[in-house]
Design a protein around this ligand. Structure first.
Ligand SMILES: [Ca+2]
Ligand SMILES: [Ca+2]
Length: 415
């Protein structure tokens, strides 16, 4: 009975038979954006990704839970378990007081200190409550272990942190442009690794020159470090500065449509060579609507979508109507290098390029997207799945998986 009810509600009836491998998608929307998201869902459904929208007040009325976040999780899990939804979109921004689509704050205590409010969208696709001891504090590595689970790669989640109807419309336009510029399953364009921090060169260099090329045979990976770049042209190593101007130029040029950004960051900026700030005003200089990149970044706070300060740099990149990015995997907080035994492993990272948990997640993401042809959200889920055992072993890896969120539509291909 419930199944029939829910199928009717979802509109996932007979029409879905047309799709060979549909990624059935559930989109949770703030009430005032529901009509706009329904237009987006129609657009995506017509393009082969059946998508259904449920508003937050419908979630609140139909599902049980101690707060709206728990009701959202229960709603999402019902759709996964009963009508085979495999992708989830949170269609709104979040803020410290809740915001349009509230995040679930998780608690972390480990070698990096105490964090009480790391937003973890991962929670929403989990079968468990993330609060085994029932104290109302979620995601505690030791106390809530029994109820915490990590993705297995089959279900994905992403948040499109919009606020207005205009934001939804321009994201829809960008998705149309993105899909028009690709053939699904075909890897095209270049992937560029930037690195503005010397101690990270060895590990980033290994990701770029060993790991990714091992599975992405036809692709081209560029290096864009302070002291060496793929575009130095005989003028000396690193002569093509990793400056905001050159970064804007490379994005607008459009050959690089995949970026990994490594280095320091703040909520509103990536810090590039010579501490130059790629900040929100530079986003306006991006006119790359026909070549929108997927971006991964480890830079601190660049995915701080739930902050009072809005937009964070990743949100600015996603909301820009004429350019920017189509999807970004970014840390909502510091994006630390996570190791089981930091005393032993950190020097190995600097010397031999041993990958820490965060860099490993990003590297695995590209390998799953480019090597296995997984969709953006499923590539991140697969990357996190590969680190699930590490997260069960160390609280610091648990934090790593929680603080990295996907901002953007998870059902798009990595081109
Ligand atoms: Ca707890
Ligand atoms: Ca925000």
């Amino acid at each position: 009975m419930f199944r029939a009810f829910i199928i009717t509600c979802l509109g996932f009836g007979l029409s879905t038979a047309a799709w060979a491998n549909p990624t059935k998608t559930l989109l949770l929307s703030p009430d005032h954006l529901k009509a706009a998201w329904q237009n987006y869902a129609l657009q995506r459904t017509a393009a082969g990704t059946p998508m259904h929208v449920v508003s937050l007040s419908e979630v609140a009325a139909r599902y049980k839970g101690r707060d709206i976040q728990e009701k959202m999780r229960v709603c999402i899990r019902k759709h996964i378990d009963q009508v085979d939804v495999t992708a989830v979109i949170l269609g709104g921004d979040s803020s410290p007081d809740g915001g349009l689509i509230p995040d679930r704050d998780t608690y972390h205590k480990n070698m990096w200190g105490n964090d009480t409010d790391i937003p973890s969208d991962l929670y929403y696709i989990s079968p468990g409550s993330w609060d085994a001891d029932g104290d109302g504090v979620y995601g505690e590595w030791a106390d809530d272990k029994e109820e915490i689970s990590y993705p297995d790669g089959s279900i994905s989640i992403g948040r499109i942190p919009v606020r207005s109807i205009e934001d939804v419309q321009s994201y829809g336009n960008k998705v149309t442009a993105y899909l028009a510029s690709i053939s699904i399953g075909q890897a095209v364009g270049e992937l560029t690794f930037t690195c503005a921090v010397q101690s990270a060169y060895p590990k980033v260099y290994r990701s770029a020159t060993e790991f990714i090329p091992s599975v992405w045979k036809d692709g081209k990976v560029n290096i864009f470090f302070n002291d060496m770049t793929s575009w130095d042209n005989g003028k000396g190593e690193g002569s093509f500065d990793l400056s905001p101007k050159n970064f804007v130029g490379k994005i607008n040029e459009g050959l690089t449509n995949k970026w990994h950004i490594h280095g320091h960051g703040l909520t509103d900026q990536w810090v590039l060579e010579k501490d130059a700030e790629f900040s929100i005003p530079f986003v306006k200089a991006l006119k790359n609507i026909d070549n929108l990149p997927v971006i991964t970044t480890v830079s601190c706070f660049t995915g701080n979508f739930d902050d009072e300060e809005d937009p964070c740099i990743s949100e600015a990149m996603l909301r820009s109507p004429i350019g920017g990015a189509i999807a970004i995997v970014a840390p909502s907080r510091e994006g630390k290098p996570h190791f089981h035994d930091p005393e032993k492993e950190f020097p190995l990272m600097v010397k031999e390029g041993k990958l820490d948990g965060t860099t490993q997640t990003m590297t695995s993401f590209w390998m799953a997207g480019l090597g296995e042809g997984r969709l953006i959200g499923h590539a991140l889920s697969a990357a996190k799945a590969s680190l699930a055992d590490d997260a069960k072993r160390s609280a610091t890896y648990h934090q790593g998986l929680c603080e990295l969120n996907l901002l953007g539509d998870p059902t798009l291909p990595v081109r």
